[in-house]
Each structure stands twice: as C-alpha cells, then as structure tokens.
Design a protein around this ligand. Structure first.
Ligand code: BTN
Length: 323
C-alpha cells in the first residue's frame, strides 16, 4: 500500500524534508496521490508538516507506535521479532495466552489496555494512550536463560533504558517495579505456561508497562505513580524507547545464564531500600525487618528480630517501613 510505503520513507528520514516530486517518483504514484496519502497518515495521528514549495516532513517528535520505527531502533537482530501492534486489548499478556500459536519473540504492543494486570492480582492503569504496554514471548530460547532471574533482567532493561531518556537515575523496587523520584514509573508482570505432562516451563510472557507521555493520573494514583513526561516535562517517541528496550532486554536475558552473578550485582546497585527498614506481607501476617542483601538467586535476605530470612516468593511485595 502506498500509504505504508510513504510512511516508511518519512520514518527513515524523520525530521527531514522530502519533496513531493521525489516521493511520487519513489512510490510510482502521482503527486496528488502523495498528498492524499499524507492526509490519511495525518488522520492516523502522524505529525507531518507540509512546507510550501519544498515538500513534507515527519516531525522528529511524532509519537505514533510504528513497527518500522521500532525496528529502526533495535540493535539486536530486528528480523527475530514478530511485532503486532493493537489499538486496544484487555491485556497484552492475556492476548499472548489466548493466541497459542504465536511464535517465539512475538512482541504484542497495545495502544491501550482495558484490563491491564499487575502482580498479585492488582491492576495496571493502561487507558492512557501515552503509555507503553507490551509483552514479549519466549519459547524455544528458554534454555538460554535462567528463568528465575527473568523479571530482574526485565527490570534492569527498563531502568537502564529510562535512565537514558529521563536524564535521572531510576531505581528498582524488588522485584518488578521501576521508580523515579519516589514514584512508580513502570511495572513488569512475567507469566509462564507449564507443560502439563512434564511439569516444565514451556513458554514465558514478559509483560512491561511504562508510563511515558501520560500527562495526569487519577487522584488515587497521583501520589504513587509518575510518568517520563511528568519527570522531564518532555514528550517521547515511544517506538524509539521500545526498540532500545527490546535490545537491552535481550542482552540482560542472556546474562541471566551467562553470568548470573553479574546480573544480580547490577540489579543490587539499582535496588531501593538496601540496609533500610522494610515491611512485607506473607499470607495475612505483616513482617518488618532490615533489607540486608540480594542473593545469587535474586532472593532478598532480610533480618527480622535478629534472625535472617530469605524472601523468594513471587507473592510478596515489599515497602519501606514508615517509622
Ligand atoms: C505491576 O505493576 O505489578 C506489573 C504491571 C505490568 C503491566 C504490563 S502492561 C503490559 C502487560 N500486560 C498486562 O496486563 N500487564 C503487563
């Protein structure tokens, strides 16, 4: 379709003027057809400026989720990803589970989710069109990873990527939340499917939600959540962030097996509340203690009433103890 080809040309030359004549020659269509396609792309939400007697330009900050633009920002082999962009779905993790024949390295990205899910049955606000809501599927490559450390790897990939764009150091709240300035910027939900016969893990879905261009949160979240926009006052091109994020994620996933010690070391450096008092719930009981360390398996070591204990359950979340 000439509209898609035109978009590819504009994306490959983002921020540069392309003349109507050049575009019509390259696409083999009339200048009038170019103009019609430009208008159709604008209707789709692309920020395209016409410059009199010179041509058209896709603004550098045009933020429209696009497969081509994501691929342009992937440093890892871009062909390995099967990218699906949806206008709306209940949850990209659920979509992945419901479409069982999707291949390894499928990335499902939704512009909005109606039932975004977080850990421990919590919801993740995803109605805002400015966020990133994506899931990555791993099947055949699972033996290359230490699956116990996958959530840690994803948190590191998110945190490193957001550090670059936010110009501030983000931190990780064990095990899956990325924070900036004391507020939550991103959450990760990793889910697996188990082979019934053998009891082994047959696939893994890594779900990542990031508040990017969100301008405002509902009152209940205003003291809990933040976005890249709120931190920096700037809007970001999400396709670029996604490309960078996927590339980093791949390297960290490989590190889980190649050098788990190094992965844990890097995670520990970014971890919140080290040597501080925290509280956590196990079942209905609330415990408190000092967060001493993170072990090689990515489990927390806590000291409570003079005794050391290890927290490894995915069903625990920690918080700083208010004294
Ligand atoms: C959490 O905060 O506990 C984790 C939030 C994870 C949200 C992401 S958004 C993409 C994927 N789809 C979901 O429903 N959840 C994850």
């Amino acid at each position: 379709m000439s509209k898609d080809k035109l978009l590819t040309l504009l994306e490959e030359n983002k921020g540069q003027i392309l003349s109507g004549i050049d575009l019509s020659t390259k696409l083999g269509i009339s200048r009038n057809a170019v103009w019609k396609s430009i208008n159709a792309l604008r209707k789709d939400g692309h920020d395209i400026t016409s410059i009199r007697n010179r041509g058209y330009l896709l603004e550098s900050q045009s933020d429209h989720l696009s497969e081509n633009e994501i691929r342009m920002h992937l440093s890892a082999d871009s062909d390995q990803y099967n990218i699906i962009i949806l206008d709306e779905t209940s949850s990209t993790n659920t979509y992945m589970k419901e479409h069982k024949d999707l291949p390894e390295n499928t990335v499902v990205i939704a512009k909005t989710q109606t039932k975004g899910r977080g850990r421990m049955g919590k919801s993740f606000l995803s109605e805002d069109q400015g966020g990133i809501y994506l899931s990555l599927l791993k099947i055949e490559s699972l033996p290359a990873y230490n699956t116990d450390l996958v959530t840690l790897a994803a948190a590191l990939a998110v945190s490193d990527t957001l550090d670059v764009y936010s110009g501030t150091e983000t931190a990780i709240k064990w095990v899956n939340d990325v924070y900036a300035k004391g507020l939550k910027l991103s959450g990760i939900l990793t889910e697996g499917t188990i082979e019934f016969e053998t009891g082994t893990l047959s696939s893994l879905i890594i779900g990542i939600g990031i508040n990017v261009n969100n301008e405002i949160f509902p009152p209940v979240l205003q003291h809990i959540a933040t976005s890249m926009y709120q931190i920096t006052g700037k809007k970001f091109v999400r396709s670029e962030i996604i490309g960078q994020l996927l590339s980093r994620l791949e390297s960290y996933l490989l590190l889980t097996k190649k050098d788990p010690k190094e992965l844990v070391l890097q995670y520990r450096k970014k971890m919140l509340y080290l040597n501080e008092e925290i509280s956590f719930k196990r079942g209905s009981e609330v415990f408190s203690g000092t967060l001493l360390d993170l072990n090689e398996k990515g489990h927390l070591i806590i000291e409570t009433d003079g005794k050391k204990m290890t927290l490894n359950s995915g069903e625990i979340s920690i918080r700083k103890r208010e004294i």
